[in-house]
Write a protein that binds this ligand. Sequence first.
Ligand SMILES: Nc1ncnc2c1ncn2[C@@H]1O[C@H](COP(=O)(O)OP(=O)(O)O)[C@@H](O)[C@H]1O
Ligand SMILES: [Mg+2]
Length: 247
Amino acid sequence: MSAVSVGARRGPVGLGSDSTAVVEFRHVTKTYSRTHTHALRNVDFRIEKGEFVYLTGHSGAGKSTLLNLMLRRILPTEGSVVVNGFDVSRIRVGRLPQFRRGIGMVFQDHRLLDNLSAIENLTFALRAVGARGNLEQRAMQVLRQVGLAHKRKAYPIELSLGEQQRVAIGRAMVTDAPLLLTDEPTGNLDPDTAMEILELLNDINLRGTTVVVATHARDLVDRYKRRTLVLRNGELVRDDAHGGYSL
Ligand SMILES: Nc1ncnc2c1ncn2[C@@H]1O[C@H](COP(=O)(O)OP(=O)(O)O)[C@@H](O)[C@H]1O
Ligand SMILES: [Mg+2]
């Protein structure tokens, strides 16, 4: 049970043909016009509620572009992107806060606030979405889940890189978003710590959150076999339900 309330977990239904898809890309093309870069070409896939999906491909293949479309940091040039029931090209400004609350995001560099402790980074995120109730209690609950309750008072500089990434994952989860996106979340970590982070993301997925992990690290994808989408030069060249990286 969550100790706080942050509003509806789901977006409006009825936009897509099937409301169980958390993410749906329909014939999505993204061209960066200034540089004439065709970052994605005619990409089509769905991610269902509760899935764990790797998004792989070499550097420059289009992984971050795909995540940025899901976050609505950029808009598709052609086609449609639907996330949590919202068509990103058609969201009204007034619905943006609700849209943003539906997605948790973790980057390669943790991007924590350096002047706030671990628990304060989480309560700050809760306040930012207007959460009410016992925010410290909710933050502690999540810090326990990511294995860092004992470091609640530590500032980012006092934590290892793996611990910093755990706090960042906690911050992305604390508002109870149904979709967690991660862009190279293990990129700065040694192999053992990287595996621990993947195990944590797997635990989060088992609790019901849909998780997308963008990574070029083929050893990780091979060790932890899950559905794998492979991008090559902006094209979705494989969608393998059983995982594995090899192109
Ligand atoms: N903001 C941008 N403006 C112009 N080109 C971009 C921008 N972001 C990414 N690109 C280009 O789009 C392609 C895909 O990049 P990206 O999505 O970052 O790939 P990946 O995350 O798989 O490394 C690359 O050729 C990259 O240079
Ligand atoms: Mg990238």
